[in-house]
Write a protein that binds this ligand. Structure first.
Ligand code: LLP
Length: 417
């Protein structure tokens, strides 16, 4: 990426040297490029140019306030999945109308908060949820705007844990049942049907499942509207993949260039298009900088023990995910093959396996593609304070999250009398 580049053997984020930032702020340290995020957003904007559309950043990918602020200022909406995310989005400057609420397990309290806030839409995932939402809206004197999340039953061909559009999983309303549920929803007094929604999975690197899903969704739009239920918007979810290891996902603008003719051909070109991208907006806009603590040669494996761990970067442990790992300052020595592991007391605590690295203790490594689903999934396991985060904007560095302290981690705990 142009925003993370080695110049004279030294890794830079935009115009700043990573090693300088690490010295100043300590490690592990997340560094983000604002320009990289805005460039990713621009690709969607180009793809949707000339259309009525709203880009609702799926904030679960990275919900740090300073990141949300970048997207709020750029005019994005937000896709939230909890009352906590709602409060974060508002704290970062989101407009309530531009917030949509996804998730299979919204509580009545979360619904009440979202109604009071005046969010744009609830993406409802079951009939039972529809009943509860109608009840909460009645009790609080609101009309809830709803969209049904439909499961198009297409195979996104991604990791089973992050594939969501097939029949066998917990998300969405079955395609076959959707028409009947729309009729019920339209008849409920405290609901207003405004759209349709789908999301088929995450880290999708092929256009085919998207094209299939669009056909399936447009079949339903036709059927629902034949019943006299008008759908103002079509929400096509998120899921577009990024390049972790030579992956070649379609560019966002190219993907939409292929999808839009389908809408037009079916006569739905005038509908507002909503999308919920997460990873593709932030994933390659962040790195995690970590210091090599020890090199530990072994009979079968050599270990490179670093100060970041599965609590900071859970994706390798959880999904066997690959993240590039590169020295922040390149050395001329020949490389040795290491497993890069953290200090956490679990064999699953690895960040990369069989990586060829020329490193010494004290060197800095950059874990790449760490902008999405890293900090937002970080934990305090082993009472490890979460890392600091810095947002780089040209030659400026802004601390958007201070490093946690052990005192932060014990807040709210009590010794029994
Ligand atoms: N909309 C809905 C309803 C979702 O469930 C998700 C992600 C998104 C949008 C955004 O998807 P994206 O554009 O980021 O692919 N922790 C996993 C990814 C879980 C994705 C969950 N849902 C990982 O680290 O790979």
């Amino acid at each position: 990426s142009p925003h993370f580049a080695w110049r004279d053997g030294l890794l830079h984020v935009e115009q700043l040297r990573v090693a300088d930032l690490a010295r100043q702020h300590g490690t592990p340290l997340f560094l983000y490029s604002k320009a990289s995020m805005l460039a990713a957003l621009d690709a969607y904007r180009r793809g949707l140019r000339g259309r009525k559309s709203r880009i609702c950043y799926a904030m679960k990918a990275n919900s740090s306030l300073g990141i949300l602020q970048v997207f709020a200022r750029a005019g994005c909406g937000f896709d939230i999945v909890s009352g906590g995310e709602l409060q974060r989005a508002l704290a970062a400057g989101a407009k309530p109308r531009d917030i949509i609420f996804s998730g299979v397990g919204k509580t009545a309290d979360e619904m009440a908060l979202a109604l009071k806030t005046g969010i744009g839409c609830f993406n409802v995932e079951s009939e039972a949820e529809l009943d509860v939402l109608d009840g909460v809206a009645a009790a609080t004197g609101h009309i809830a705007p709803v969209s049904l999340r439909v499961n198009p039953d297409v195979d996104a061909k991604t990791h089973p844990y992050i594939s969501t559009g097939l029949k066998g999983n917990k998300f969405g309303i079955a395609h076959d049942a959707a028409l009947a549920v729309y009729k019920r929803a339209a008849a409920m007094p405290h609901l207003r049907v405004v759209g349709i929604d789908c999301h088929i999975g995450s880290q999708i690197t092929d256009s085919a499942p998207y094209l299939d899903a669009m056909d399936r969704i447009l079949d339903l739009v036709t059927a629902v509207e034949a019943e006299g239920i008008r759908l103002q918007h079509i929400d096509f979810g998120g899921g577009l993949g990024i390049d972790y290891k030579g992956d070649t996902p379609p560019a966002a603008d190219a993907l939409w260039a292929a999808l839009l003719p389908k809408l037009d051909a079916r006569g739905f070109g005038d509908r507002e298009i909503l999308i919920e991208p997460g990873r593709s907006l932030v994933g390659n806009a962040g790195i995690c900088v970590t210091e090599v603590l020890y090199l530990k040669p072994g009979e079968h494996k050599n270990f490179c023990i670093v100060d970041a761990a599965m609590n900071d970067l859970p994706r390798p442990a959880m999904y066997q995910a690959f993240h590039g790992i590169e020295p922040v300052s390149q050395r001329k020595e020949t490389a040795t093959t290491y497993d890069v592991v953290g200090p956490v007391c679990e064999s699953g605590d690895w960040l990369g396996r069989d990586r060829d690295l020329a490193v010494q203790a004290g060197d800095l490594l950059a874990v790449l593609s760490a902008g999405a689903y890293c900090m937002s999934m970080a934990s305090n396991y082993n009472t490890r304070p979460r890392a600091a985060e810095v947002l780089v904007d040209g030659d400026q560095a802004h601390v958007i999250r201070e490093r946690e302290t052990p005192a932060d981690l014990m807040r709210g705990e009590r010794l029994a009398p």
